[in-house]
Structure formats: C-alpha cells, structure tokens
Design a protein around this ligand. Structure first.
Ligand SMILES: C[S@@+](CC[C@H](N)C(=O)[O-])C[C@H]1O[C@@H](n2cnc3c(N)ncnc32)[C@H](O)[C@@H]1O
Length: 231
C-alpha cells in the first residue's frame, strides 16, 4: 500500500492509484473496485478507462487544480457512457447531491444518452443532454449561466475549434477548461502526432487561452493528450 494524500474532499491518491468517494454506496459503475478508507467507501478511478483519470495520474504541476470544486457547475461535452462523469459527480455532487453541484453532460449518441439518463437517476445533480457539441443553439438553453469547469472529449475532427467556441460561450472568466485531444481524429501531415499536438496548442493560445499544462497520456491513452487551460 502506498502513501495516501488527498486531492480534494472526495479524491484520494494512494500510491499510484486514484480513488473517489462513492456517491452511490455499494455500486460499482463500470467494474471498478470498491474499497473503504477509514469507514468511507471509495471507487478506484481506472486511468486506462478514463482520459481525465489518466490526466490526473500524469499531471506534473496541476494535479491539485485539474478537477472542479465541490458544488461547481460543470459542462461535459462528449460524456460517453459516463465513466469519467461518474467520478466527477463523486467530487462535484456527492451522495444525494449534498454539495449542490450541477453537471450538464452532452453527447451525440442516443445509446450513450440512455446510459447517462440511468446514471442521472442514481446521481442527482447530473443533467444528461442529447446534443451535438458544435450546435449550441439546440441545447445551450440547458446551460443557464456560465460554468466553472468545462471538459471536452469528443474524438472527432476539429476538436480545438469546437472547444474554443464552447469555452467562449459557456466558461466563466477565470474558469477551467480541459480538452482531451485524440490526435488520430485530426488530419495528419508528415509531422504526425507531434505536429497535431503543437498545432492545437497554437490554436488555443491564439484564441487567448492560457495553457496551464499539456498532459501527455501516452501509455494510458495512446494518441491522446489533455490540455488544461484557463481563460
Ligand atoms: C471517447 S468517447 C467519451 C468518453 C468519456 N468522455 C469518458 O471518459 O467516459 C467520445 C464521445 O463523444 C461523443 N461525440 C462525438 N462527437 C460529438 C459531438 N459533436 N457532440 C457531442 N458528442 C460527441 C461520442 O458519441 C462519444 O460518446
């Protein structure tokens, strides 16, 4: 067993493993293990199943800053089946949304939405939305005020542009934005993946965003990096 330290009220690091305080006690969301620390149940955050989990494991300077605060309002574009989302919910909302947080989770796929709706029935504070991250006019009304934290993980071409538009429209001044970028979804030139990562970095900076850290996820999520920015 490694040395334990807390990243927040709900997130614990034990050696190399990251754990979140389970907001739905006794329930494992995606087959992850459950364990008690001092009488409280935690779920293991598998960094090979979650890019945010991988980024938390790999961050060099920003491990304590990447996650939203409890009670924050968050926007998640490309929430998928809810793997990473469930851990964010543990942090932002907790049991019965004791922290009064709100996470708007958008995905394009009806199959994912079904899973997200089920997750929301167990996890109050979660708001699933069927929508295209590029088409704010269709679902933007669900985001009543600007958010504290925005994560995008859509794995489709034009990821940086989609992210910049979302940040401009939905992220509070001083908020945190996380872009999980899959290089293989973008067009490659001879420079390959490295060039894609550099081009995206340039795009983010040209849009006036400050890059707090660019986190390479190689080995946990190949072909990916995660940009942590503030505006
Ligand atoms: C890599 S998966 C997300 C995994 C999830 N973020 C997690 O860590 O648990 C990418 C998701 O983005 C969704 N997606 C792709 N393009 C999208 C778009 N334009 N708008 C919204 N969702 C999109 C896909 O349906 C898919 O569920």
């Amino acid at each position: 067993m490694g040395k334990k330290r807390r990243l927040s009220w709900a997130v614990m690091v034990d050696g190399r493993a990251i754990w979140t305080r389970n907001a739905v006690p006794k329930l494992s969301q995606y087959g992850e293990s459950l364990r008690r620390f001092k009488g409280t149940e935690y779920r293991r955050w598998d960094p090979t199943r979650s890019k945010l989990g991988a980024a938390l494991s790999r961050a060099r300077h920003t491990q304590y800053d990447l996650l939203p605060q409890d009670g924050d309002t968050c926007l998640y574009l490309g929430a998928g089946h809810g793997t990473s989302l469930s851990h964010i919910h543990d942090q932002v909302c907790g049991i019965d949304n004791q922290k009064n947080g709100r996470i708007i989770a958008v995905d394009l796929s009806p199959r994912c939405l079904r899973d997200l709706v089920h997750l929301a029935s167990l996890r109050p504070g979660l708001v699933p939305v069927l929508g295209d991250a590029r088409k704010h006019s269709a679902w933007g009304i669900m985001v009543a005020s600007k958010v504290d934290w925005l994560l995008q993980d859509v794995s489709q071409a034009g990821q940086a542009e989609i992210f910049i538009n979302a940040v401009k429209r939905f992220l509070k001044k001083g908020g945190k934005g996380l872009l999980s970028l899959k290089a293989a979804s973008e067009r490659f030139n001879e420079g390959g993946e490295r060039e894609v990562f550099q081009n995206v970095r340039d795009q983010l900076e040209d849009a006036g965003l400050t890059i707090e850290e660019q986190i390479d996820l190689h080995g946990l999520e190949d072909n990916h990096c995660l940009y942590f920015v503030t505006n």
